[in-house]
Structure formats: structure tokens, C-alpha cells
Unconditional design. Structure first.
Length: 215
């Protein structure tokens, strides 16, 4: 690959170590050139439809940091310490100084009652497509509903639309159909099975929007 890149006059960047996040290489490449970027991922990373989902926000983040003159602040937790924040915080990891030591950490999301939570990168609220989070109540182990104003999101009537009963098997945003069969979904969608994706999560995030068969 390096020889071909040199022959074509392309700057090729590769990892010297097999471990570590691939996103670090992308950020490194973007800092070195303003030319079009071509990325080749390892087979263990593809196929994934959302691997560049955060890219639309890169320019906004960079502009915000430049405008505010913000500088990174480093958190060096000792055993048993935790960092908790209740607002949007631009965060990430630095280069791993010692490959022999783990950099894994526990991340916990806390949710307020009676709210709706969705991922903006995978949502289009203007047309009613919301990638709703699947929130589990740790006290009961049951899924907690996403609430809009005073009722679950799947019960909210869109403005201008007359109330209509929802069929038992009709797709409802953020909710699996009652007759959904994970094994059958993977059988009907072999590309999803080949990717090793979770049937339920894939249908909620992509399959429903793509009108994929599940029965």
C-alpha cells in the first residue's frame, strides 16, 4: 500500500502498532493535509454504516475551540475516582503512552425521568425520525419509556395528523414490533448477519428506516 501511494503521490499514514483507536489516525491525517481523504479500514471494522457518523460535527467542534481559545484539561483519576458532568462536554482520549497498560474505563449515562433521549447523529426530528435510546431502569431491569411532555413518544400524535390506532405489528419509532424475531431478521438480511450486528439494535437504528423485512 505504501509503495502504491508513493507511486501515485499520495501521503499514506499507517499505524505502527496493531492496537489503539483507528479514529486517531484519521485526526492525524486531517491535520496534515486539506486534500481529499481516502480511508481504508481493516476488515474487522467493516461493514458499518455509521463509522463516520460524527464527521459532520468535526468542523463545528474545531471552530468552537478556535473561537473560544479553549485548551484541553487532563483528568488523571486514581483508583475509585470518577468524573461526572451534567452538560455537553467535548471529551476524548489522548495518545496511549504505555501500550502495556489498559485505558479502558467505565462510562455510565444517567437519565432524568419523564424525558426523551435520542442520538442526533442518527436522527432527523423534522421528519419524525428519532434514534431513541433504549433506557433500562437499573432498579427493575425493565425498559423505561422515552417521554415527550406527558406521554411515551410512540403515543404522541404528529401535529396536523388525525389520531389513528396503531396496528400491533406496525413499525413504531424506537420500539420493536411485538412479532419481531431476531433470528428471522438476520436470515432475511444476510448482510446484517455477516456484519455480526445485533438484530434488535440494527432494526431500531437502520432497518426500520430502510424498510427492511423482519417477517
Amino acid at each position: 500500500m505504501e509503495i502504491l501511494a508513493e507511486r501515485l503521490g499520495i501521503h499514506c499514514i499507517t499505524r505502527t502498532e496493531p492496537g489503539g483507536a483507528k479514529a486517531g489516525n484519521i485526526n492525524n491525517a486531517l491535520r496534515q493535509t486539506r486534500n481529499p481523504l481516502v480511508v481504508i479500514f481493516d476488515a474487522d471494522f467493516c461493514p458499518r454504516a455509521d463509522f463516520l457518523a460524527q464527521s459532520p460535527y468535526e468542523n463545528a467542534w474545531a471552530a468552537m475551540v478556535e473561537a473560544t481559545g479553549a485548551k484541553p484539561e487532563y483528568f488523571y483519576p486514581r483508583k475509585g475516582q470518577a468524573l461526572i458532568w451534567a452538560a455537553n462536554l467535548l471529551h476524548g482520549g489522548s495518545r496511549q503512552n504505555d501500550p502495556g497498560r489498559t485505558r479502558w474505563s467505565q462510562v455510565t449515562h444517567y437519565y432524568f425521568d419523564d424525558c426523551a433521549y435520542f442520538t442526533p447523529a442518527f436522527s432527523d426530528p423534522l421528519v419524525g425520525n428519532l434514534d431513541l435510546r433504549q433506557i433500562v431502569d437499573i432498579t427493575t431491569g425493565e425498559l423505561a419509556p422515552n417521554i415527550y411532555v406527558d406521554r411515551p413518544v410512540d403515543q404522541v400524535v404528529r401535529r396536523g395528523a388525525p389520531p389513528a390506532p396503531v396496528a400491533q405489528s406496525a413499525p413504531v419509532p424506537g420500539k420493536l414490533p411485538k412479532d419481531f424475531d431476531p433470528a428471522l431478521y438476520l436470515s432475511l438480511n444476510p448482510d446484517v448477519a455477516a456484519a455480526g450486528a445485533d438484530a434488535r439494535k440494527h432494526y431500531l437504528r437502520f432497518g426500520m428506516r430502510e424498510n427492511r423485512r423482519y417477517r
